[in-house]
Design a protein around this ligand. Structure first.
Ligand code: GLA
Length: 674
């Protein structure tokens, strides 16, 4: 095999034992690759299935990945060099910009040039003496899922060949739960409800107990139960601002909080917060498991920090038994990148089969949900809001009954059952439309939006069509309050980066009542059909995700099973100061300030003149940073409050410190003097 090598490479090559063996990386277990989509890289193939093609040259050997990716190899110190060529696949879009890195034992050994589509493959030849763990990394900019090709990557080694391995998760930074002290109210301090509609609010408050909680200023029609701390009833019929006053007293202290209830047309004045069944229960979700999840949110105290939305995703309804197999196949195929057959087990389960609708046309829950109204009543009694899922097509993404042709009945049914939220997932609707113009993408959502609006209760409407046709520009016009702006997530750095670091221009129109949904928070333990694993993100990557979602004002819907949260995740999810950034009543998402190709700040103005800043290091190594506030367009003096550590930095003009690899420094700046 002929390839160009660098001078240093040539010297090392000469020094290497001639008996060195060569192992082609593409022959190793490529399933270990972490990349931005669920698809698994295949040998000798670009992401998307075609040949590897870079700069109009086709290559027979290598492997392609989708978006930011990482493949780790255990070398055992036996390797002498890695050689490859790298390139942006010719199927990439114009904006795709990719840099390939070789990382050995946590140090960047090779940092390639930023490459673009059409350019030639770039050779690399990197000595590896003594390296135990090697990572082949593609760092992607401009286009989140751009195909990145490793051409003929070969490791030269002695002894046993290298093995592809799962990256080690890394130690969790010290993140103790805030010790229970004086009472503190949850971060959300404003809510909206339409005139005369049912309204439910769990007054979240934490601190060393026992806590006596009172609510003053409630308009007639709403009552507070101090035992459950739930406000329930009907909103006044007169639009306007109602100022409620929460107070909590304990032996450790006292807290007061004004809470603004705005009676009017706008609901979801702050992004919804809670949990959704999809990434941990998927095709096996059931009434019992949903209750268990809600119970865990209550028991672990998450509900007291505002995690009160409980959403049932796909697979609560029947699967039509006498299905047209063609439709099912099309519906399944349409969502590229799904792991092959991941919901096969659920489909094979005869318990799910049944008529789609009864004689009156009513959609049928499957036997795992024996009593929908009973379930929502149970959730409401504990202060949780209930969410449900459907599709504008005949089938959902999982092949269960969708709402096509029955939108009005289904909206009425969801409201009658007592649901407060609907996620409406495009999937098989492509079968029902001739075109894919913006009007075609809008039509089914406008239909369901109007049907929901006609109900006697408020349902938050989430448009799930993966950010197509500029949904952030028209989602609110069709009655939506939140809309997904990206593809389904995977628990990888590539996927979190693809959703979180891209598309900030979409956030410009976001704000109270209209939120861009970056998809669920990949935190805790997830897995199809409740075969759970710890998310494959390092603790710093998890913090990065949480901070980005908060800065961008995304809904915060936990993906992990609430019954299985570890201490680090719980500390992250109960960080009221971080949550307050997401739930800030001003509702203006952050703007991005690019400081270097790997360092960026996201800057979010907060109500009352404070500013939240996330300083993100997207590099493979820690970064030493000197940041002046005026680099971010912030004039004057500011006092920096460290949202991870709870400390206050005396620096008024700047911040300096180290930001870990893939990590974030998350700060709130308060004007100084105050
Ligand atoms: C789509 C959505 C996911 C989930 C599944 C259910 O992929 O994007 O969030 O709802 O369908 O099948």
């Amino acid at each position: 095999m002929k390839r160009r090598i660098t001078l240093l490479g040539a010297l090392l090559w000469a020094a290497a034992p001639l008996s060195g063996k060569e192992t082609a990386v593409a022959t190793l277990n490529l399933r270990e690759t972490l990349q931005a989509t669920w698809a698994v890289p295949a040998a000798d193939t670009a992401a998307g299935g075609g040949p590897l093609r870079v700069g109009r040259v086709t290559f027979a050997r290598g492997f392609g990945t989708a978006g930011g990716s990482r493949l780790e190899l255990a070398l055992g110190g036996r390797a002498t060099r890695v050689q490859a060529r790298t390139g942006v696949d010719d199927t990439a879009g114009e904006l795709a910009t990719i840099r390939f890195l070789i990382v050995g034992d946590g140090r960047v050994l090779y940092r390639g040039p930023w490459q673009q589509r059409g350019g030639p493959a770039v050779p690399l030849d990197v000595p590896l003496a003594g390296i135990q763990r090697l990572a082949l990394v593609a760092d992607v900019r401009g286009e989140p899922y751009a195909p990145a090709d490793w051409i003929e990557p070969v490791i030269t080694h002695t002894g046993a060949p290298p093995a592809a391995v799962a990256p080690a998760p890394g130690a969790a930074p010290a993140a103790a739960l805030t010790p229970a002290g004086p009472p503190r109210f949850a971060a959300t301090i404003v809510a909206g409800v339409r005139p005369g509609r049912p309204w439910l609010w769990r007054v979240g408050v934490t601190g060393a107990g026992p806590l006596a909680v009172t609510v003053a200023g409630l308009p007639p029609g709403l009552g507070f139960d101090p035992a459950t701390r739930v406000i329930a009833g009907h909103a006044p019929s007169a639009p306007g601002d109602y100022r409620l006053r929460f107070a909590a007293v304990s032996p450790a202290g006292r807290a007061e909080q004004e809470f603004l209830l705005v009676v009017g047309e706008m609901i979801a004045r702050t992004p919804p917060m809670g949990w959704c069944s999809w990434y941990c229960m998927s095709g096996r979700v059931s009434d019992a498991w949903v209750r268990a999840a809600a119970e865990a949110l209550g028991r672990d105290g998450l509900a007291d920090h505002g995690w009160t939305q409980v959403n049932i995703d796909d697979f609560w309804m029947t699967r039509p038994a006498a299905d047209d197999p063609r439709r099912l196949e099309l519906a399944a195929r349409e969502r590229l990148g799904r792991p092959a057959g991941y919901y096969k087990a659920a489909i094979a389960d005869p318990a799910l089969l049944g008529p789609a609708r009864d004689a009156q046309g009513r959609i049928q829950p499957n036997p795992r949900f024996p009593d929908m109204a009973g379930l929502t009543a149970w959730l409401h009694a504990r202060g949780f809001r209930a969410g449900i899922y459907s599709s504008p097509g005949v089938l959902t993404c999982g092949g269960c009954t969708g709402s096509f042709g029955h939108e009005a009945e289904d909206a009425a049914q969801f409201a009658a059952w007592g649901f407060d939220y609907l996620k409406y997932d495009w999937c098989s609707y492509s079968l029902e439309t001739d075109g894919l113009e913006r009007a075609d993408w809008r039509r089914p959502y406008a239909r369901m939006g109007a049907a929901l609006r006609a109900q006697p209760r408020d349902l938050v409407f989430n448009l799930c069509q993966y950010g197509r046709a500029g949904v952030w520009e028209w989602g609110a016009e069709v009655g939506g309050q939140t809309w997904r702006v990206a593809e389904d997530l995977v628990d990888t750095w590539g996927a979190i980066s693809a959703a979180g670091f891209f598309g900030e221009e979409r956030d410009r129109g976001a704000g109270p009542g209209r939120w861009n949904d970056l998809d669920q928070l990949m935190l805790g333990r997830i897995g199809w059909d409740r075969k759970l694993h710890d998310v494959r993100l390092t603790p710093d990557e998890q913090r990065t995700q949480f901070a980005l979602w908060c800065l961008r004002g995304s809904p915060l819907l936990l993906a992990g099973d609430p019954a299985e949260l570890d201490g680090f995740t719980r500390a992250l999810l109960t960080n009221d100061d971080a949550i307050a950034v997401d739930q800030d009543p001003l509702g203006r998402p952050a703007r991005r300030v690019v400081l270097s190709p790997t360092l960026e700040a996201w800057v979010r103005p907060l109500a009352g003149g404070a500013v939240a800043v996330g300083l993100f290091n997207r590099d493979e190594e820690p970064a030493a940073v000197e940041l002046r506030w005026d680099d971010l367009g912030l004039a004057g003096d500011w006092r920096a409050h460290d949202l991870w550590r709870g400390t206050v930095d005396p620096g008024r003009r700047n911040w300096s410190g180290a930001v870990p690899r893939h990590g974030v420094e998350f700060l709130r700046l308060d004007p100084f003097p105050p």
